[in-house]
Design a protein around this ligand. Structure first.
Ligand code: C2E
Ligand code: MG
Ligand code: MG
Ligand code: MG
Length: 287
């Protein structure tokens, strides 16, 4: 496609306008195709939920997992969420997709708790559009009842970006989720630009240190200082801390020494399809 844009640009004799419009057309077509396929993907059952383990540093066991959605488009392989979540938000697909993910996760977690991991807690990413949906809480309540999953087994991961909107409207949503008994984690913590006062204002249970900090420890002094500060702040406010993006033993040891309770990252495991995640849980129990 890029070649054909080039071809047109050359053909029209260094006509940059022609080049750009052709390139824009190609992109628009690509985007249109993606959108059309995405709209069908839910009814065609092309989404999958992968699970990445969360490890407790105290016990070195799997205590939780993060659910991460994937799109298996026929002939296109596995498409990562970074490529389709933003479009899903724009075209309004995020609400039905988010509900589908929540329901899958509740069913799956209930099955694991019955047979493999009685205490496992699974977290689900919730984008701002979903969080602002007035029926979110009712849907979660209904799904927990349907699947018979204890609310404490479910955690919602939200990002700081959400907290830059109308805070007065958000507070009742937080409160009704807390009332259900579902916990809330602040994902990618440290990358947003919102005021820290929201940590007091909202009932947040867990801070998830963004992987951009973890990536640079222990070599980068600034990242070391910030990671320590985040852990200290979380403790002072009575929240637990999770480090994401742990890729090597050095990072793991640094975080252990720093008093971080929970870790997640390629060092332990990639996000896995259900059957492979279950193998980890089986070994987890035998340990
Ligand atoms: P996130 O919630 O911050 O998820 C963590 C991302 O980091 C995942 O990417 C995961 O595969 C990746 N990761 C985990 N460990 C490591 C590591 O050690 N090193 C590196 N470099 N990366 C690591 P993934 O699965 O591509 O998801 C990307 C983002 O898409 C998520 O970021 C989340 O914001 C969004 N997302 C995923 N699933 C859902 C979903 O069901 N609903 C919504 N609304 N958003 C989702
Ligand atoms: Mg997350
Ligand atoms: Mg994250
Ligand atoms: Mg992230």
């Amino acid at each position: 496609c890029a070649d054909s844009a080039m071809y047109h640009a050359k053909e029209s004799g260094r006509n940059n306008y022609q080049f750009f419009t052709t390139e824009l057309n190609v992109r628009a077509q690509h985007r249109y195709a993606l959108e059309t396929n995405l709209r069908r993907a839910l009814t065609e059952q092309e989404f999958l939920v992968y699970y990445q383990p969360k490890i407790s540093l105290e016990t070195s066991r799997i205590v939780g997992a993060e659910a991460l959605v994937r799109w298996q488009m026929p002939g296109m392989g596995l498409i990562p969420p970074t490529e389709f979540i933003p479009i899903s938000e724009e075209i309004g697909l995020i609400l039905p997709l988010g509900r589908w993910v929540l329901e899958q996760v509740c069913r799956q977690t209930c099955a694991w708790r019955a047979h493999l991991a009685p205490d496992i807690v699974v977290s689900v990413n919730i984008s701002p559009k979903q969080f602002q949906d007035p029926s979110l809480c009712k849907f979660i309540e209904h799904t927990l009842q349907e699947t018979k999953l204890p609310p404490s087994a479910l955690q919602l991961e939200i990002t700081e970006g959400l907290l830059m909107g109308e805070l007065d409207l958000l507070l009742p949503v937080f409160e009704s989720i807390k009332k259900l008994g579902v916990s809330i984690s602040l994902d990618d913590f440290g990358t947003g630009f919102s005021s820290l006062s929201y940590l007091q204002r909202f009932p947040i249970d867990n801070l998830k240190i963004d992987r951009s900090f973890i990536h640079k420890i222990p070599a980068n002094q600034d990242s070391v200082v910030l990671t320590h500060a985040i852990i200290a702040m979380a403790k002072a406010l009575g929240m637990s801390v999770t480090a994401e993006g742990v890729e090597n033993a050095e990072q793991m040891l640094f975080l252990t020494d720093s008093g971080c309770q929970e870790m997640q990252g390629f060092y332990f495991s990639q996000p896995l399809p259900v059957e492979q995640f279950e193998k980890l849980l089986q070994n987890n129990r035998q340990l």
